[in-house]
Ligand binder design. Sequence first.
Ligand code: KIV
Ligand code: ZN
Length: 390
Amino acid sequence: MTDTSAQPRVVIFDTTLRDGEQSPGATMTHEEKLEIAGLLDEMGVDVIEAGFPIASEGDFAAVSEIAKRAKNSTICGLSRANFKDIDRCWEAVKHAKSPRIHTFIGTSPLHRAIPNLTMDEMADRIHQTVTHARNLCDNVQWSAMDATRTEHDYLCRVVEIAIKAGATTINIPDTVGYTAPRESADLIRMLLERVPGADEVIFSTHCHNDLGMATANSLAAVEAGARQIECTINGLGERAGNAALEEVVMALKVRNDIMPFATGIDTTKIMHLSRRVATVSGFPVQFNKAIVGKNAFLHESGIHQDGVLKNVETFEIMRPETIGLTAKNIAMGKHSGRAALRAKMKELGVELGDNQLNDLFVRFKALADRKKEVYDDDLLALVSDSDTHE
Ligand code: KIV
Ligand code: ZN
């Protein structure tokens, strides 16, 4: 196993309970939020964005309680760029051992038009609100919403203002999932080069998945110097979702040879969290979802099954145990071969001679033609059928 202790550390910021919960229909109860926050804390997530305290009494109560219970993680709440939001956020997160206020404003031309602020007025608002947040809390994150569609000169200007006003993390969101990996990297590099004081703060990436590039864009930003990734379990989030925690973390682990960055995540807890989030949010995980999909570690075709039975690395780039998955990696279906059937039967405690195997194989294929997947019980029933007929 690679020793990552000397590698630059990437802060994992989980926003399942805030951006994730913003998925239409993904509302979680108070108890469910506490449970998920507890699991994130145990898994080693550095920062948990627990909610948007001004949004509702329920959000406020959940953020406050999560802040009180957190053992290791920093607890963060979201607030718009006004004093009322920021004060409410502080009231909720202040109970944490390590609290963070996160305040944001949309900086692109389209977003500036909504509050109808000039560039100067917005710059002034950023200065005032970040200063206010910093007077309450030592740990302040400022986000330039829609940063990837903001003019570079203006983005540099407002990032500098936020840093001077006391922000300790600067988040550069790709709010509409519009950027691509090279552009994502160039943007972070440009900010690190041009903004005075940039080396004193942590730059963060927050990518949405509208074009299916959220994970790639987040990793590209890290390679360019970002040191915080914002993500959610199962990629839950607005529209097509956010970068998936399990994807960015496992990519950094499995391809640590070319992306030498460390995280504090205990990856063996991933599968359980994925299942709990799917259940409580009511958002099932697609079967072929990277890392946590039902099929992510399953092999059905005879050639693949034969390969993994001889040497698992032929078709597996990571072991299922690394994400806490103990289920078997062979799915019995019409593409499965004799070698897989023999191995499966052995696993079920049934040792077969060559003739018995051939006989079972014929009947298994006939069944597999009718059924999409043949389960362990089906196979055992086929065996006891042949016992009865002998
Ligand atoms: O996508 C986004 O821009 C956000 C911000 C509030 C950080 O979620
Ligand atoms: Zn977002």
